[in-house]
Write a protein that binds this ligand. Structure first.
Ligand SMILES: [Ca+2]
Ligand SMILES: [Ca+2]
Ligand SMILES: [Ca+2]
Ligand SMILES: [Ca+2]
Length: 205
């Protein structure tokens, strides 16, 4: 029987996940996902302070934002400057636990839609949850459920709903368990690779 390891995320990250994943507007957030640091009159908005603005080697504008005003950035935004329009946010790095290491990296396409989001749930500097998006919709998640550095759960979405889960339960890099779900999230079919050749040997339901 396949052992189901429960994904444990620190509470601080859990609390922030809905806002991060759903892109809920937060105080100070602008429509493009970057952070305003002052209002139209130039007065500080909340606590956030823009620390530095520089240009990266590949020509992007890098803006570091200090949310708690301790002099260290929690958010780094990367923009592409445009002459015919407002600058475009391409990447947003967030340090959730204020240890100086990035815990969430979100990447956006030219249309401003999310293409990839990486989360480091145990704050060891290594991403353990990667969401992939196509046309702004999440299509696939890679999850390292035991935080050992190897992704072992792969979720595939249709219209935002998980319809297939693949697991590498023994960590050999090959999928050994499959679950197929209907649109309500109910498992309708399962499969297992018993002899370790990466092919399904037994089917359920
Ligand atoms: Ca700070
Ligand atoms: Ca961190
Ligand atoms: Ca990690
Ligand atoms: Ca793993």
């Amino acid at each position: 029987m396949l052992s189901r390891k429960r994904l444990v995320l620190p509470m601080s990250l859990l609390a922030l996940l809905p806002a991060l994943l759903l892109g809920c507007p937060k105080p100070g957030a602008t429509g493009d996902g970057s952070y305003m640091t002052e209002n139209a009159a130039g007065a500080p908005l909340g606590q956030a302070e823009q620390l530095t603005t520089s240009t990266t080697a590949d020509g992007l504008t890098e803006v570091k934002v200090d949310l708690d005003r301790d002099g260290k950035p929690e958010i780094t935004n990367y923009f592409r400057e445009r002459t015919d329009s407002t600058r475009l946010l391409l990447r947003k790095d967030t340090d959730l636990n204020h240890d100086g290491r990035i815990d969430v990296r979100a990447e956006f396409d030219d249309g401003g839609q999310r293409v990839k989001e990486q989360l480091d749930g145990d704050f060891d500097g290594r991403a353990d949850w990667v969401d992939h998006y196509i046309a702004g919709k999440r299509t696939m998640s890679e999850v390292d459920t035991d935080f050992n550095g190897t992704f072992d759960l792969f979720k595939y979405y249709e219209s935002g709903v998980v319809r297939r889960k693949e697991r590498d339960a023994n960590g050999d890099g090959q999928i050994d368990a499959w679950e197929y779900l209907d649109e309500t999230g109910t498992v309708v079919k399962t499969g297992k690779d018993i002899d370790g050749d990466g092919k399904m040997d037994s089917r359920g339901q």
